[in-house]
Design a protein around this ligand. Structure first.
Ligand code: ATP
Ligand code: MG
Length: 384
């Protein structure tokens, strides 16, 4: 409680520019960001395009990272992020973040890094074998820098980010106890529902991810969404319409849980009042996958259409979107520089600014010289 009083309320979150953003990002984080922005409860809000982090597993594919910075920015604006309320910035252009990463690397052990469950899972997925880039293994430290460099108190993110925020908390705690209180210990803000915390992929895999090719993108057109949904994985035991089906672990029903409202039912499938009624029929048997999928297509296109339209507007003036990023980055840099100043002061490595320390050292040198002179005088006297 004391923490909340002592520190301003600051939100930071971000995304890797490894592809356009998908509906997993939307339910897991983006929707929440827009709500938080509109509620206005934060003193400062930051959204970071994590290009440095994207390079940790894409060093040989700069074009992918470079080209997706604008795509991610467009997705933010399309979802309703307002740059006058939220500072959108590019990670690699804030030198203080690299500085923090170096200091924090000394506060974390290798075995602690290797225990990070998200990194472990990602290492498996990326198939690095024995050739793990050092930057990839250490990205949780770099991410702790992103969080702590702005004095962040709240990180709205999906479940996969829990170990990262825990790592940031540990680093803040260690730093504060070693050098003095500089950083609040950040907290994660998870989506309210389990499906939104980690939306599964269209292939039924545990997580929809840009890197796994199992995503429905916010900017996909209506036809692409339809194609993706109609070929989605469902319940493999539900072979005939009359067969009883499973809704649990069935991605089509998971997406409906994440997106379908009672209004969608009234509009597109009025024979069912809500999702429970649809699920009940599917479980009982007699409800075909195609009917459910067609409904899902309509629901998703309903949610995505205004996002697509706003994106098209922003796509007409790419230079001004880059200007938004440039201005946001300049503002973010000022904020990070202030905290970096405090951190250096706490660590005692603010060599040039610490006038008192300079004076103290001067006095010590003066004293030493005086003593030397006195000793020399004494010895000279003795000789006489
Ligand atoms: P990559 O495959 O490159 O890691 P990603 O799809 O995992 O991409 P990130 O940029 O790593 O996306 O994640 C950005 C944010 O979106 C994080 O807060 C993360 O928790 C959230 N997020 C990503 N995928 C999902 C998902 N399937 N469900 C819920 N939240 C998600
Ligand atoms: Mg990821």
């Amino acid at each position: 409680m004391e923490e909340e009083k002592k520190y301003p309320n600051i939100m930071l979150t971000g995304d890797r520019p490894t592809g356009r953003l998908h509906i997993g990002h939307y339910v897991g984080s983006l929707k929440r960001r827009v709500e938080l922005q509109n509620q206005g409860g934060f003193d400062e809000m930051y959204i970071m395009i994590a290009d440095t982090q994207a390079l940790t597993d894409n060093a040989g594919n700069i074009a992918k990272v470079r080209d997706n910075v604008i795509e991610v920015a467009l997705d933010y604006l399309a979802c309703g992020i307002d740059p006058s309320k939220v500072t959108i910035f590019v990670q690699s252009r804030i030198p203080e973040l690299f500085e923090f990463t170096c200091y924090f690397m000394d506060l974390v052990t290798l075995s602690r890094l290797e225990r990070n469950p998200t990194v472990k899972a990602e290492l498996g997925m990326r198939g690095f074998g024995e050739s793990i880039p050092v930057g990839f293994l250490t990205y949780p430290i770099s991410q702790a820098s992103d969080i702590l460099a702005f004095g962040t108190t709240i990180v709205p993110a999906g479940e996969d980010q829990m170990p990262m925020v825990e790592q940031a908390q540990e680093i803040a705690h260690k730093f504060n106890s070693l050098y003095g209180e500089v950083f609040p210990e950040p907290k994660i803000m998870l989506p309210e529902t389990a499906v939104a915390r980690r939306l599964c992929g269209t292939d039924g895999k545990a997580k929809m991810s840009k890197s796994l090719g199992n995503a429905i993108y916010l900017s996909d057109d209506a036809k692409t969404v339809e194609k993706a949904v109609m070929s989605m994985f469902t319940d493999p035991t539900h072979l005939n319409v009359s067969d009883p089906g499973h809704t649990e672990g069935n991605p089509v029903f998971i997406y409906l849980e994440a997106f379908a409202t009672d209004e969608h039912f009234a509009k597109y499938l009025p024979e069912y009042p809500n999702l429970e009624a649809l699920e009940e029929h599917y479980r009982r048997g007699g409800l075909g996958d195609v009917t459910v999928k067609r409904f899902l297509v309509k629901v998703l296109n309903d949610v995505l259409e205004p996002i697509r339209q706003r994106r098209h507007e922003f796509e007409k003036d790419i230079a001004s979107v880059y200007r938004i990023l440039e201005e946001g980055t300049a503002k973010a840099r000022e904020a990070a520089a202030k905290i970096a100043f405090r951190a250096r002061r706490a660590m005692g490595i603010n060599y040039f600014e610490d006038k008192k320390h300079i004076e103290k050292q001067q006095k010590a040198f003066n004293r030493a010289h005086e003593q030397e002179t006195k000793l020399a005088e004494y010895l000279a006297k003795q000789k006489k």
